[in-house]
Design a protein around this ligand. Structure first.
Ligand code: NDP
Ligand code: GDR
Length: 334
């Protein structure tokens, strides 16, 4: 009999790629989404998998709802990808972020513990927890120093997952994932804002691209590969935490230079900066050490920084060409 996976945050970037991977592996995939006036299946549609994923309404602020969903779906594995995931917005909405991204995880773990503590659990932890990092590169033993309400909420969720493992013997693992991007990345995140901006400028749909801090450095990988690490964590005999990263760090400025070069444009003519995009506290430099994921999971990144930028810019050039020709956005975002 095939295994059942419940993915929260199914409408997000990682939800789509993880659903695709698990369907390929023969899983029954149930996607939990928060009810809205319209269900946003754009990313699942883009991958051509929407009709293969069962969808259930679900909200991380409602414990009773989660309990009933876990009972009805009876999953073998739960991947908790749902979150208020935008660092910038977390400064504007710190309480909502704490409710969903932090306390929401306790509600979910309680529901799992009550219904069936044998269910394997994945928590989407983040390199943002290292924040003002005290050592470089960062690994599983590096001390945390969160720099935003988002990061503080994720740290609470992270330690909660560790605690449920230690207190109740649950198979709960946290993947401390560094930034991972793709053509399905939300347009408010810097990489996609740049790739889409460069492509739209190329087709005369936009004149300028306005950014914040160009000197911030991140360890950027390809999302499609990072979801493989999530699955591998839940296949291990023991639950543990793992850093997932490329081991290379680049600045926002380098991302801009490369993206505009791929689009055949001189970035200095189009990119401007505005302090409105600066954050009250910034994470300046992140660099991950994925050695443990490599040795224990056999996971390694395959896509280089340059290849990632090319994948994103080329996808957005296709979108912008369509928009220029038809006067409306392309639904296809593969
Ligand atoms: P996205 O922002 O693309 O997706 C977030 C998902 O969470 C969406 O499906 C969103 O639904 C859902 N969600 C938000 N609020 C609620 C709620 N109250 N109840 C139920 N669902 C909700 O994130 P990514 O796919 O990029 O990331 C997946 C996870 O991994 C997130 O937890 C993120 O914080 C974490 N992470 C991401 C990294 C990255 O670089 N991408 C790195 C490290 C960690 P809706 O579509 O309705 O908004
Ligand atoms: P991050 O991603 O905060 O690392 O969180 P984001 O792409 O938002 O920012 C990366 C860096 O770029 C700088 N920056 C800008 N950022 C945005 N969004 N818009 C701009 O115009 C801009 N200009 C410069 C930022 O200041 C920052 O230094 C992402 C999210 O996916 C989290 O959910 C996840 O946990 C982490 O990655 C790992």
């Amino acid at each position: 009999m095939s295994s059942t996976a419940l993915i929260t945050g199914i409408t997000g970037q990682d939800g789509a790629y993880l659903a695709q991977l698990l369907l390929e592996k023969g899983y029954r995939v149930v996607g939990a989404f928060r009810r809205a006036s319209m269900v946003n299946t754009a990313r699942l549609d883009a991958l051509g998998i929407a009709e293969h994923v069962e969808l259930v309404p679900f909200d991380l602020t409602d414990h009773g709802n989660m309990r009933r969903v876990i009972e009805a779906v009876a999953p073998d594995e739960v991947y908790n990808l749902a979150a208020q995931s935008f660092v910038g917005v977390s400064f504007e909405q710190p309480v909502t972020t704490g409710e969903i991204t932090g306390v929401g995880v306790v509600r979910l773990l309680e529901a799992i513990r009550e219904v069936n503590p044998e269910i394997r659990f994945y928590q989407a932890s983040t390199s943002e927890m290292f924040g003002k990092a005290r050592e470089t590169p960062q690994n599983e033993t590096t001390p945390f120093h969160p720099r935003s309400p988002y990061a503080a909420s994720k740290l609470y969720a992270h330690w909660t997952a560790v605690n449920y493992r230690e207190a109740y013997g649950m198979h709960a693992s946290s993947g401390i994932l560094f930034n991972h991007e793709s053509p399905l990345r939300g347009v408010e995140f810097v990489t996609r804002k740049i790739s889409l901006g460069a492509a739209r400028i190329k087709y005369g749909l936009q004149e300028k691209l306005t950014l914040g801090n160009l000197e911030a450095r991140r360890d950027w990988g390809y999302a499609k590969e990072y979801v493989e690490a999530m699955w591998l964590m839940l296949q291990q005999p023991e639950a543990e935490d793992y850093v997932v990263a490329t081991g290379e760090s680049h600045s926002v400025r380098e991302f801009v230079e490369t993206a505009f070069e791929v689009a055949g444009l001189d970035w200095e003519r189009y990119v401007v900066t505005d302090p409105a995009f600066l954050r009250p506290a910034e994470v300046d430099f992140l660099l991950g050490d994925p050695s443990k994921a490599k040795s224990k999971l056999g996971w390694e990144p395959r896509t280089t920084f340059r290849e990632l930028v090319e994948i994103m810019v080329e996808a957005d050039l296709r979108r912008a060409a369509f928009e220029a020709r038809h006067g409306r956005e392309m639904l296809e975002i593969r």
